[in-house]
Design a protein. Structure first.
Length: 96
């Protein structure tokens, strides 16, 4: 299995959950941003789906969930310039 294509097909699907703390009053903007992020991710090879889990209480973390067909597909998304741009854009709606 020396080629990337062979390794890609042998890899099982992967799911990633990322917790985000949203600034109070910025929830709608965060949801819009998460939708934009998901649309961008959906254009990448191996994208299987995504979801947004809203918090149970104000101030709790939101969770963005992504599923890709392989770890390599996920890595291409995670290392993409568009993802980096979108993460930088979200700094105004997320707390640290």
């Amino acid at each position: 299995m020396s080629s990337a294509g062979t390794a890609d097909t042998a890899s099982p699907p992967v799911t990633v959950m990322v917790a985000r703390r949203v600034r109070p009053g910025k929830e709608v903007e965060f949801e819009d941003w998460a939708e934009k992020l998901t649309r961008a991710a959906s254009t990448f090879h191996g994208f299987l789906g995504a979801g947004l889990l809203r918090p149970g209480h104000v101030g709790d973390d939101w969770h963005v969930v992504y599923r890709f067909s392989t770890a390599n597909s996920l890595a291409r998304w995670e290392n993409s310039p568009i993802r980096a741009e979108l993460l930088a854009e979200a700094e105004q709606v997320m707390s640290t």
